[in-house]
Write a protein that binds this ligand. Structure first.
Ligand code: NAP
Length: 283
């Protein structure tokens, strides 16, 4: 039977570690990390994500700056707000919740965030540095960083392994494949135009499933002992049985959904904010 990678428990450990470091910063320098979370409009899902992130900040002692802007705000005003946050020394991280309303150009807004406060790690400069040998980005995108952290904290080595990433989005698939490559895995990316993805997935020691499609990966495709990190709910292959049951039988390690990658994404956001703050505060 597969070992279940308990993302919730690992994320809790990380949050406790962060809380301790925040306390030390506060005691030593009388300063705490600050995260500005910007939300535009009233989308229910976005509000719930933002609420979760702000609550998580409070739990570890990170100061949260709540910027709630109306749906009909102009792009210029959102950008002006980002500039204001860039200049605020108490703000160490800026997160703009996506999606933005259609009349606002997301790429334009995100590229205005200072690279030193880009805690989502989506700035092209941070992604570019991630892609280049010998360069270090200031921040790694949270979900990909969480996937690698789950592997390392579960004692799963990446070096020399065959890793297959299913999906190539800017926020998950592409950066997670770059991270695996940096960690010396041999990486193959499978996407919607890949013929015979089954053959490729069958060879994988590590599978990162980020296609956003249930039933995409079948239990019989998993090499016995492989580690399966399910970013969405891609790997449930038998809805009539307990979630992903056949995968549980054959995989070596498996992340559940929920309780796998999700909690890690928030923990990595807190970690990025802490790291950004340490770069500014610790002399
Ligand atoms: P996305 O932007 O929709 O990208 C999906 C990717 O999967 C695309 O690259 C697409 O290929 C590929 N794909 C789609 N169908 C495929 C198929 N049949 N075979 C192979 N590849 C296929 O999604 P995303 O933003 O990366 O998110 C992926 C999943 O992760 C979603 O379920 C999302 O909800 C979840 N997610 C979870 C967290 C978390 O914290 N737990 C965070 C972010 C995302 P093309 O490029 O060719 O279209």
């Amino acid at each position: 039977m597969a070992k279940i990678i308990d993302g919730k428990a690992i994320a809790l450990d990380i949050r406790n570690e962060i809380a301790k470091e925040v306390q030390t910063l506060s005691q030593t320098y009388n300063k705490v990390p600050g995260l500005a979370v910007v939300i535009v409009g009233t989308r229910k899902d976005s509000q719930s994500y933002v609420g979760m992130k702000r609550k998580a900040c409070a739990q570890v002692g990170i100061r949260s700056f709540d910027i709630d802007l109306p749906e009909d705000i102009s792009e210029a005003v959102v950008i002006a707000k980002v500039h204001e946050l860039n200049a605020d020394p108490d703000v160490h991280g800026i997160l703009v919740q996506l999606p933005l309303p259609k009349h606002i150009n997301e790429e334009k807004v995100l590229s205005e965030i200072s690279i030193e406060k880009d805690v989502d790690g989506f700035h092209p400069l941070n992604i570019g540095k991630l892609a280049m040998k010998g360069r270090e980005p200031l921040f790694l995108p949270c979900t990909p960083k969480g996937c690698l952290e789950l592997l390392s904290r579960s004692g799963i080595s990446v070096k020399g392994k065959r890793a297959v990433v299913v999906g190539r989005s800017n926020i998950v698939g592409l950066p997670v494949s770059l991270l695996l490559l940096k960690a010396d895995a041999t990486v193959t990316i499978v996407h919607s135009h890949t013929p015979d993805s089954e053959k490729i997935i069958r060879e994988a020691d590590i599978i990162i499933a980020a296609a956003g499609q249930a039933n995409m990966i079948k239990g019989e495709w998993i090499k016995p002992g492989a580690a399966v990190i399910d970013v969405g709910t891609n790997a449930v292959d038998d809805p009539s049985r307990k979630s992903g049951y056949r995968l549980v039988e054959v995989a070596g390690w498996l992340t559940p959904v929920p309780g796998g990658v999700g909690p890690m994404t928030v923990a990595m956001l807190l970690k990025n904010t802490l790291d950004g703050a340490k770069r500014k505060i610790v002399q």
